[in-house]
Write a protein that binds this ligand. Structure first.
Ligand code: PGA
Length: 250
């Protein structure tokens, strides 16, 4: 049994005070929810405030990025040690916006995944094709390459500690969700890839989240697919009521 994960990626949204306002409201709305892991990923500056606000609840804390060194002369970066100390159990790695705007590659993503695992932070490893690649029928080739690069040199035991997020780039922030069938097809491909690389146990246990314009309206059909184990939610995670509605539908 794979426990589903609903994770909210706030991206560059919410100040510390906005975070402090969001949390108690959201906590009230998800009271009594069981059988789902709930994760929020505020920006770095709000992590501490969010951590305080969700203490003693079932909500877990995630960062949106990580650097691979523990400390040193790396202006502007945040280390795994810093994230660990403020209670981050998860970290989003290789989000398409980081690949698109900040030059992240399969190589840097691989380093970051290894780092997170070393510090017992669960990587939420993001992959997905751009529109042109889908139109040219290259979706599986692209996500295959991203999986191969991102998971390079990882042991089977490491792979089963990872969460994968399939996020077709053309569906992110566009209101254009992948159909449940399109998402299922990609998720099945990903699970088969893991089966070949790391065996049945890892493949059957690994959680694969869908991301890209997830809303309270479409979550149910997505979650009904065999290989969809949760969602990485951007826009709809910014309001307590819509995020809680997604959590409840999962
Ligand atoms: P979206 O973002 O839900 O706003 O499309 C998802 C994501 O980028 O993780």
């Amino acid at each position: 049994m794979r426990i589903p994960i609903i994770a909210g990626n706030w991206k560059m949204n919410k100040t510390t005070s906005e975070t402090r306002a969001f949390c108690p409201e959201f906590i009230k709305l998800i009271d009594n929810v069981k059988g789902v892991e709930i994760v929020i990923a505020p920006p770095f500056t709000a992590l501490s405030a969010a951590g305080d606000a969700i203490r003693d609840t079932i909500i877990k804390l995630s960062a949106q990025n990580i650097f691979w060194e523990e400390k040193g002369a790396y202006t502007g970066e945040i280390s795994p040690l810093m994230l660990k100390e403020i209670g981050c159990g998860y970290c989003i790695i290789g989000h398409s916006e980081r690949r698109q705007y900040f030059g992240e590659t399969d190589d840097t993503v691989n380093k970051k995944i290894k780092t997170a695992l070393n510090y017992e932070i669960t990587p939420v490893f993001c992959i997905g094709e751009i529109l042109k690649e889908r139109e040219e029928n290259r979706t599986m080739a692209v996500i295959g390459r991203q999986l191969k690069g991102g998971l390079r040199d990882l042991l089977e035991s490491d792979i089963s500690r990872i969460v994968i997020a399939y996020e077709p780039v053309w569906a992110i922030g566009t209101g254009k969700t992948a159909t449940p069938q399109q998402a299922q097809e990609a998720h099945r491909f990903i699970r088969d890839f893991i089966r070949k690389k790391a065996g049945d146990k890892a493949a059957d246990g690994i959680r694969i989240l869908y991301g890209g314009s997830v809303t309270p309206e479409n979550i149910k059909d997505l979650m009904a697919q065999d290989d969809i184990d949760g969602a990485l939610v951007g826009g709809a995670s910014l309001k307590p009521d819509s995020f809680a509605a997604i959590v409840r539908f999962s």
